[in-house]
Design a protein around this ligand. Structure first.
Ligand code: ATP
Ligand code: MG
Length: 242
């Protein structure tokens, strides 16, 4: 690892301590079955950017996202979050509910907007994910990659500032995978209000697009590392699905 990369990642791990964002402090959570999914897990987001998490099956990644999004409460420890989270699942069919792109996005909007503002917000959200002009398109006519971009547009329409992407490309072909990566990267690096994204992946080649990566193991997250460093440090078979 180069010296400048080392310094950058060290700074990121230090910035986590105080700044705005998402902070986990010794968070534990066990399912009613007794399975301990998170075990005194502490970590912070270093700031806006694309942050990837890897970890073998059952290491606690999806449970972590449920805790961040408020679907579950920690049983021990604390979560401080001043970002607005939105979940993007592996399978967009599990979150797209309405017949057309526009009607689905309208569901994500805050209630207080006027009709004109609502339509403007829908248009903007579609534009930002490369689906401009698709308001009336029936969702069942979209490709898998387009559906995933629509799910991201839903997060934008809701004014989310923290995208929680749980293996968002696992069902996509390489071209759609690249488009989703590029879309999220762009949102995380735009000059105006860049987003923070936590991206779970088992596809290790995706790590090269991240600003940093961390390993989740037995319900805990290690420190942020440069992606290639994390890849080099991975145990031989951990999480290598594709
Ligand atoms: N609804 C549930 N009820 C009971 N146990 C659960 C539930 N969801 C997850 N678990 C358990 O919690 C642990 C962590 O699961 P989780 O789904 O968070 O892991 P993961 O890292 O997302 O795995 P994967 O890579 O397979 O998606 C596992 O042992 C799992 O069996
Ligand atoms: Mg999971």
């Amino acid at each position: 690892m180069r010296a400048d990369e080392k310094t950058a990642i060290k700074d990121k791990n230090q910035n986590c301590i105080a700044g705005a964002g998402l902070h986990f402090e010794r968070v534990s959570f066990s399912w009613p079955s007794g399975t301990k999914a998170l075990d005194q897990c502490s970590f912070s987001t270093p700031g806006p950017g694309l942050w990837m998490l890897v970890g073998s099956n059952g290491s606690g990644k999806s449970t972590l996202f449920r805790l961040i999004s408020g679907l579950l409460e920690p049983q021990q420890g604390s979560i401080h979050n001043d970002l607005k989270p939105a979940l993007v699942f592996q399978n967009p069919d599990h979150q797209l509910l309405m017949p057309t792109c526009g009607s689905d996005l309208l569901l994500s909007l805050p209630r207080e907007l006027t009709d004109a503002q609502r339509h403007q917000r829908v248009r903007n959200s579609l534009e930002q994910v490369g689906l401009a002009g698709m308001e009336s398109r029936p969702i069942h006519t979209l490709s898998g990659g387009q559906k995933q971009r629509l799910a991201i547009a839903g997060a934008l329409a809701s004014e989310a500032t923290l995208l929680l992407l749980d293996e968002p490309t696992a069902l996509l072909d390489p071209a759609s995978q690249q488009t989703i990566l590029a879309t999220v990267q762009q949102l995380c690096h735009r000059s105006n209000a860049p987003l923070t994204a936590l991206w779970v992946t088992h596809r290790l080649e995706e790590l090269e697009h991240a600003d940093g990566a961390a390993m989740m193991k037995n319900g805990r997250i290690g420190g942020w590392q440069a992606s290639h460093q994390l890849r080099e440090n991975l145990p031989p078979l951990a999480g290598r699905r594709g």
